[in-house]
Structure formats: C-alpha cells, structure tokens
Design a protein around this ligand. Sequence first.
Ligand SMILES: [Mg+2]
Length: 295
Amino acid sequence: MNDTRPTLTDMKKNLRDFASGLLDMHTPEIVQDDVQKLRQKQGFICDMDGVIYHGNKLLPGVLEFVDWLHKNDKRYLFLTNSSERSPRELAQKLGRLGLDVDESHFYTSALATAAFLKSQLLSPNDNASAYVIGEPGLFGAMYEAGYVMNEVNPEYVVVGETHSYSYDKIERAIRLVIDGAKLIATNPDLTGPSEGGISPACRALVAPIELATGKTAYYVGKPNPLMMRHAIKRLGVPADKTAIVGDRMDTDIIAGIESELDTVLVLSGVTSRKGVDEFPYRPHYILSGVGDIVG
Ligand SMILES: [Mg+2]
C-alpha cells in the first residue's frame, strides 16, 4: 500500500518554497517598464546636477530630452536647491553648455524661500525686512518678494550658499537671532559639488548660528514639500499629471513621494541601483538617464 502522506523532507521543502515566495513578494522587481505611461505626463520637474549636467558637462541624452519636451508641448521646470544663482544666471550657464532654455523654466530654493517669506506677511504693509547671508540669487529673490535688507532689527535672518562667509556675518546673525529674528535656511544640503571636490552648502553654513543660538532654522528647499508645492503651482499642471526626475533618493525622490508626484530616479548622478535598497521607499521608475524617457 502506497503512503501518500508528505515526508518530513517534503514538508521542509514546501516551507522553504513558501518562505521564498513571501520574500519575493517583498522585494519586487523595480518598476521600469511602462515608460510609455511616463511619456503621457504633462509636466516634468527635473533636478539639475546629476540629471541635466555634471560639473561643466551636459549629460548624455539631455539635448534629446529637452527637444522632446519642446516638441511635445510638455511643461517643465528645472529645480535646484542651490540658492546661489538667479534663473537668468542658470539659463546662461546651460546656454554655455549648449542647451537653450528660457529663464522661466528654472526654480531655485532662493525663489521658494522668498515666496514662503512673502506668504508669511500678514499684510503687504508689514515690516518685511531680513538680514541675508547669501549670493545675488537670494538677494534678488528677496527684493522681488518685497523684502528690504536690515542689519539692525530684521524680522528674519536668511541663510543660503555663499562664497563670502565671514566671522563678522556669523556673529551678526547670532546676535540678531538672539534678539528675536527668525532663522530661515534656503535648503538643508550639507555639501555641494565643486571643482576641487566638495564645498560646504547651506546647512553647513547655518550650523554655527544654530549651535550658538540654540535655535533650529526652518529649511525651505527639497525635500520640504513646500518647495515642491510652489514649483507645482508655478508649473501649472496638476500633481497627478506631473513627474519629478532626480538623482537623489533622500531629496528628489522623497520630495516627489510626499507631494504625490510620480518619481523617476536617474542613475546618471549620485545613486547606484544598489543604493536604492538602502531607503524605506522606492521610485516609480529607475532609468539610466533622462534620454531613456525619449526612448
Ligand atoms: Mg542632483
């Protein structure tokens, strides 16, 4: 008589198969087919460094991508956390690299910071003044938002990237914050790329002011969804018809997720395919570069 009952070995094998099936369910293949769906989006918000260029070089496929955006009447914004340059300066920089993009297509953390501070005014006649540590991109955005510069009793101390940081400026900022000025930072980037390697970015410059005053700055740039909301508003396309393209999981991709945009990670910048697994969230698409969107 045949015994059809499963042996202990069979049961162990079944258990192993079941467990490995469960594991598969939790480590699904990264979604990157269906780029067709991505091409239907009406709006694209693109990070710049590592997506459009690296240093002084345009990345492969960028010319084709921008040409595709224009030919298909897509709306798009190039977004950067750097508060150093104005949109016009960024347009000129890309122009020098051979990419012709109007200044209206750029959005910086300086513009987002100025928009945020404008929104904080209770009335247009409010005392809108700030002590600003930064470069012309930030000063210009602050003036545009109706703020005047004030080194004596400003409402805000605003810090962005700058090459002219000094002990005097740190000391003045600390005194003003202790006297009641609110501390605002354009973005939380610790470092940025520079020709010689890395350079200290906004958060590294705000740190001494935070440490000496015991106050923590409010950071406006990515991944703060506030910057994304301002960018989406400027783009004029609903979030569900817009995608964000970036090379960093901890800024671009999380900013997109928190703003309910479809997210596209490109591997042309700082993140490798393996690096994606280190985060508790994942992008909708992983592409080698923006050229993949065109096909
Ligand atoms: Mg980047």
